[in-house]
Design a protein around this ligand. Structure first.
Ligand SMILES: *Cc1c(COP(=O)(O)O)cnc(C)c1O
Length: 361
């Protein structure tokens, strides 16, 4: 069978050249005489891999020197606890914007360890927008201000960052990291599960300002203490060695084949514009998000008729466009068009949708 166009929300598409490189090196890495999977994480050859991964990531995102990069496990979801355990150590209060299921989970988990002040919510709009924020509700003594930068399920993104002043901004970038230029210095902490834009599942990347490290609360489990991982170069215990290696290949692809994040951003804007332009003009498919809050990565859309939705998802899959079924909380369809989805994949899907529309309105 040929490779399909995979619009999965995560784990998601990885560039074919990355997979081929991993395949070519799978059995015998360089002159190591063994697979990366079989290597000691403490060997010089593996140390070179993790060092290079960090170095390319720092180059791509222009990460300042006063930030640490940690390669962790436990998924983005473990960060929902790890962040408050490490950062909610002053007033014991945090500010948070409720923009979807991932922010809600982060809110629930943080509530076990600190007082969460929800400064805005779009729940009543079924999270179809980013709520307008009233700065007077922000707590200047908050230990941090939490957002989910791109809402994978609902297809919204923060187009502007909240003005939280000296309160460190913490952002879940699981589904948008490396997709557009950011200024790392605007954030206290950025985290992302790797399985959307960085590689395979099993790796979670944390970028944290160094002054926020070393203040974990006394009951914090050792494995949940940023200082432990920072001090040990992400090797307090065995890191997800193979996932980090594939992440390195993805970063090399982004740097060498795409040309870096500015170039990636342009491609992503082009893909999203092509998709939204069609949705806005379609008589069959309707986007669920409008205006400036639209995500460049995850695009939910509906026909308004469940049977038609189902028929479309089925026909699309048969034509080689897979994983288009929407999340159950939004219904309809969702196309995740992460970095590794080529322009051509989006163009072909839109052409297919046009043809489907002609036969079904
Ligand atoms: C996928 C996702 C998560 C969950 O990631 P896990 O690694 O499965 O825990 C959290 N936040 C966002 C924004 C996501 O897209």
């Amino acid at each position: 069978m040929e490779r399909v166009y995979n619009f999965s929300a995560g784990p998601s598409v990885i560039a074919e050249s990355v997979l081929k490189k991993a395949q070519a090196e799978l059995v015998n890495y360089g002159d190591a005489g063994m697979s990366v999977m079989e290597m000691s994480h403490r060997s010089p050859v593996y140390q070179a891999i993790i060092d290079e991964t960090e170095s390319i990531l720092r180059g791509l995102l222009k990460i300042p020197d006063d930030y640490s990069v940690l390669f962790l496990q436990g998924g983005a979801s473990s960060q929902f606890a790890m962040i408050p355990l490490n950062l909610a150590n002053g007033s014991g209060k945090i500010d948070l914007v409720l923009t979807g299921q991932w922010a809600t989970k982060a809110c629930q988990e943080a509530s076990k360890y600190c007082e969460v002040n929800v400064v805005g919510s779009s729940k009543e709009q079924n999270f179809s927008c980013i709520p307008a924020l009233d700065k007077s509700k922000f707590n200047p003594a908050a230990d941090y201000f939490y957002i989910c930068a791109n809402n994978t399920i609902y297809g919204t993104r923060f187009a502007e960052l909240p003005e939280c002043g000296n309160v460190p901004l913490v952002a879940d970038m699981s589904s948008c990291i490396l997709s557009e230029e950011i200024n790392v210095a605007d954030y206290g902490l950025i985290f992302a599960g790797a399985q959307k834009n960085m590689g395979p599942a099993g790796l979670t990347v944390v970028i944290i300002r160094k002054d926020l490290i070393g203040k974990a609360r006394e009951f914090t489990p050792t494995m949940f203490d940023y200082a432990i991982h920072d001090k040990n170069g992400s090797m307090y215990n065995t890191p997800p060695t193979f996932a980090i290696y594939v992440c390195k290949l993805v970063l090399e692809w982004l740097r060498d084949e795409i040309g870096g994040i500015a170039a990636m951003q342009e491609i992503n804007r082009k893909k999203a514009a092509m998709f939204y332009d069609y949705l806005d003009s379609s008589k069959l498919f309707k986007p669920t998000v409008h205006g400036k809050d639209r995500s460049f990565m995850n695009i939910p859309f509906v026909t308004g008729n469940e049977d038609k939705d189902k028929a479309f998802v089925k026909a699309a899959a048969a034509a080689g466009f897979v994983n288009l079924k929407g999340h159950r909380s939004v219904g309809g369809m969702r196309a995740s068009i992460y970095n590794a989805m080529p322009v051509e994949g989006v163009k072909k899907l839109v052409d297919f949708m046009r043809a489907f529309e002609k036969e079904n309105v």
